[in-house]
Design a protein around this ligand. Structure first.
Ligand SMILES: Cc1cc2nc3c(=O)[nH]c(=O)nc-3n(C[C@H](O)[C@H](O)[C@H](O)COP(=O)(O)OP(=O)(O)OC[C@H]3O[C@@H](n4cnc5c(N)ncnc54)[C@H](O)[C@@H]3O)c2cc1C
Length: 378
């Protein structure tokens, strides 16, 4: 999605764009929950033909104190989801690629760019936009894959079953580990289900954990063959200064720039925003400002995600449940991307606010974020 957005943005700005994709858009596999927020930023009609299946009314979020049969729900909230769809993401990507191709963008499918190609490209082209996910091709080609600091492991599958109880809403379930499970119905009979964890908190047997999560939450259990395993960066997992490498004429966007949400792992709207931002700044001859502009845009999101994550990491489902109850009603995209909205809401609950922000380690994290210490502070 970051690569498509960058191609669209650079093409609109009058650059000559060539887009390389190692898969074919006709048969592209995607590792994702397929919930797309900020859909109006994508220059496509949000129709079923373009892959936008379920215009999501709301995301239901539930917090439990564990995964045992006698677990208790500590909080729940419903978050409206304007401008959000549950998609067939491969169809969205295919439609966007078709639109770009019709506009004259040269698209090379089934072409996996090697490290050697990468070095040739950086000599040959004025700019290489690296949108290859994490760890990015540029980091592989430059031997710097260890520059990424963290990621989540996530499993997902497109399953058929009876989702009439939930559809058209979707559900995220926090179950007292650093991550969550989800069911995002595309129709009343089909959904994307999955589960994710931070690396420090993952189980030994991923498939078993997914199976059990589906069973306890009443969702169909996917087969192993139809289940994808992938990683999501924990934004900012790449030093924000490293998102532009002028010495190699490379700019990194989306997961390659390490910017998916540190708490939720949601990264499509961030990927699209970064692709368009790189194009806008290049058009103005200001690409050197990209790292700073991207970081400033993401900073409050990083800090907020880090704070909330503290309560998952320290196993505190009571505070988390109370926070979900307090924040209910805020648009799901704002929860992720405009944390000031949530902070203002929490201020209406002074006791809860104090329970969250009176902790030294929480304040350390806020201070670390405010003072640009981008790695996870403890
Ligand atoms: C299980 C799971 C569920 C998720 N659910 C959601 C969700 O519901 N909503 C959300 O917003 N985010 C979700 N995310 C995060 C989201 O998927 C990513 O943040 C997003 O896909 C990032 O987009 P991207 O374009 O930067 O990278 P990617 O989607 O990783 O795309 C990289 C592209 O580069 C291509 N490529 C890679 N290497 C090469 C090469 N050498 N040559 C040519 N092409 C190459 C790949 O084929 C691919 O098309 C989820 C992630 C996971 C793992």
């Amino acid at each position: 999605m970051a690569g498509l957005a960058a191609a669209a943005g650079f093409d609109d700005a009058g650059f000559v764009v060539e887009l390389y994709e190692r898969q074919s858009y006709d048969s592209k596999g995607v590792n994702c929950g397929e919930a797309m927020t900020a859909v109006s930023k994508i220059p496509l009609e949000p129709t079923v033909e373009n892959g936008f299946l379920n215009p999501l009314p709301a995301m239901e979020v539930e917090v439990y104190d564990g995964i045992d049969a006698d677990r208790h729900r500590t909080g729940a909230g419903t978050f409206p989801a304007a401008d959000t769809y549950i998609t067939d993401r491969n169809v969205v990507e295919q439609s966007w690629a078709e639109q770009l191709s019709e506009k004259g963008v040269d698209i090379h499918e089934n072409q996996s760019i090697t490290r050697t190609d990468f070095h040739e490209f950086t000599d040959e082209y004025d700019l290489v936009v690296d949108a290859t996910g994490q760890p990015s091709l540029s980091s592989k080609a430059l031997g710097t894959t260890n520059e990424y600091s963290g990621y989540m492991v996530a499993l997902n599958s497109d399953v058929e079953g009876d989702f009439t109880e939930l559809y058209p809403n979707s559900r995220i379930i926090l179950e007292n580990y650093t991550g969550y499970s989800w069911a995002f119905p595309k129709t009343s009979q089909r959904a994307n289900v999955g589960i994710g964890w931070t690396v420090s908190d993952r189980p030994n047997d991923y498939m078993k954990a997914l199976r059990e999560a589906c069973e306890r939450n009443g969702w169909p259990v996917p087969s192993q063959e139809r289940t994808n395993v992938a990683i999501i960066p924990e934004g900012p997992s790449l030093d924000p200064d490293r998102t532009h490498l002028p010495e190699h004429s490379v700019v990194r966007v989306g997961d390659a720039a390490g910017i998916a949400n540190r708490l939720t792992g949601k990264g499509i709207s961030q990927a699209i925003e970064s692709g368009f931002l790189a194009a806008e700044l290049a058009n103005r001859g200001q690409l050197h400002n990209y790292p700073d502009r991207l970081y400033q845009r993401m900073k409050t999101e990083y800090i907020f995600a880090t704070v909330v994550r503290y309560f998952l990491e320290t196993r505190n489902p009571k505070v988390l449940g109370a926070a979900i109850r307090a924040a209910a009603g805020i648009d799901i995209e704002d929860v992720d991307r405009s944390p000031s909205t949530v902070l203002l809401r929490l201020l209406r609950h002074p006791v809860l606010f104090a329970r969250i922000f009176s902790r030294r380690r929480v304040l350390n994290r806020v201070y670390g974020g405010m003072t640009n210490q981008w790695e996870l502070i403890d």
